[in-house]
Design a protein around this ligand. Structure first.
Ligand code: NAD
Length: 383
């Protein structure tokens, strides 16, 4: 072995000491700078909150950072005028870090599902938006109300009518407002369908056709305990809403037939596809369809003197419409931004939400009637 590679014990200790001092210095320098940058980030996030509050925006905390929160709600909250993203509730520390940096969220506004109730002491959060699997909506809406916050709950509002009643009661008791994530109630093409139907632009309505299906379902949506049902709960609900806002009426009775299951294992607990008919007042018939293995996207009104059709009718972007008088032409809007702003404005002005819990409950009631009709093969009346 060459001498230069031979270290005496003393030289080794000296080298090690120098190395460790150097390493310690590098470590302490980097940890100091990372502490500083952490502190700087925290200060920047807190400044962000102060600025938003100064412009009188209400703070929203999203509960559940899955696809809808990540892909739609958080980006929409960068465009809103009356509310902003002030907090998050997540079970995943990795997501918390990512979101904290991306959206300037202070550490004190980040919660998990266990310490969620402490949100009651946080004045930065005015509204809690529940974006979890359907069967978890009730628990988190009730906890949010008990924490003294206004609430937005994603569709479907819950998996049973009784759960909806409990959610409405909890918000009422807390003196807080509850609304449902019905973004299409703020979308111009769908709003025009409401005008066509309720103002009888094409004469009395004879029939409505509403279909919504998709073909790439996975995860909790296939688990009845978390989803509460199949395609009807998740996407068929848009067809129910479509009929309700196009006619301005409520169904009197329903009949329903489950379609054949393309994959018996995946759909062992839930329906893949379903077609149902809703009898509306005045002899109007609504023919509806939904599926988890078939793309469908339509809302059509047939009146005495003409027709109107949206196809596709329910996506976030790219809605198209035509009538017997020609093409419809509206600007594309950010549906989620309009929906959240409308709720924040309603809170500020102490006016009722245009998409309240009662509207969500009525859809769950109709869904349960459709499931009963599907199971029994009989017509089910809705009281
Ligand atoms: P997703 O699977 O992408 O996200 C679900 C989130 O819940 C994830 O962050 C997940 O970690 C969390 N979670 C907590 N506990 C869970 C559990 N036990 N199992 C599974 N996930 C759990 O779902 P998503 O598409 O974001 O849907 C969430 C809600 O939003 C649903 O109620 C859905 O109907 C609704 N949604 C509404 C629209 C709309 O246009 N209004 C669009 C998509 C979804």
């Amino acid at each position: 072995m060459k001498k230069s590679f031979q270290l005496s014990r003393r030289t080794f200790i000296e080298h090690s000491y120098r190395y460790s001092v150097a390493a310690f210095s590098v470590y302490s320098f980097s940890s100091l700078t990372s502490c500083q940058s952490k502190q700087e980030k925290e200060e920047k996030s807190e400044q962000n909150v102060s600025e938003q509050q100064a412009s009188k925006k209400l703070g929203i905390a999203l509960v559940g950072l899955g696809n809808y929160s990540k892909g739609q709600l958080a980006p929409a909250l960068q465009e809103t005028q009356h509310c902003y993203l002030s907090g998050i509730v997540t079970g995943s520390p990795d997501k918390a870090d990512e979101w904290k940096t991306k959206y300037n969220i202070p550490e004190k506004n980040i919660y998990n599902y266990e310490n969620f109730d402490q949100i009651k002491d946080n004045p930065d959060i005015d509204i809690i938006y529940v974006v979890l699997p359907n069967a978890m909506h009730k628990e988190f809406v009730v906890r949010a109300a008990k924490a003294g916050k206004h609430v937005i709950c994603e569709k479907p509002m819950a998996v049973t009518v009784q759960e909806c009643d409990e959610m409405i009661a909890a918000c009422k008791e807390a003196g807080k407002m509850l609304s449902i994530g019905y973004r299409l109630r703020f979308e111009p093409y769908n709003r025009e369908m409401t005008r066509f139907g309720t103002e009888k632009v094409f004469g009395n309505i004879k029939k409505v056709i509403a279909e919504n299906g998709m073909s790439d379902t996975e995860g909790w949506r296939l688990n009845k305990a978390l989803a509460g049902g199949g395609s009807l709960m998740d996407v068929g609900i848009y067809a129910i809403q479509g009929v309700r806002y196009t006619t301005g009426m409520e169904p009197i009775a329903v009949t329903a037939k489950e379609g054949p299951k393309k994959d018996k294992d995946r759909f062992k607990d839930i329906e893949d596809s379903l077609s149902w008919t809703m009898e509306m007042p005045g002899g109007i018939i609504a023919e509806c369809k939904t599926a988890y293995t078939n793309e469908m996207n339509k809302l059509r009104l047939e009146g005495e003197n003409g027709w109107a059709e949206l196809s596709p009718a329910y996506p976030y972007k790219g809605i198209k419409g035509e009538t017997s008088n020609g093409k419809m032409d509206f600007p594309e809007v950010n549906q989620q931004a309009l929906q959240m702003d409308a709720f924040a404005q309603a809170i500020k002005e102490n006016k009722p939400s245009t998409v309240p819990g009662e509207m969500g409950k009525q859809d769950v009631k109709i869904i349960q009637a459709i499931y009963e009709a599907m199971r029994t093969g009989k017509k089910v009346t809705i009281s």
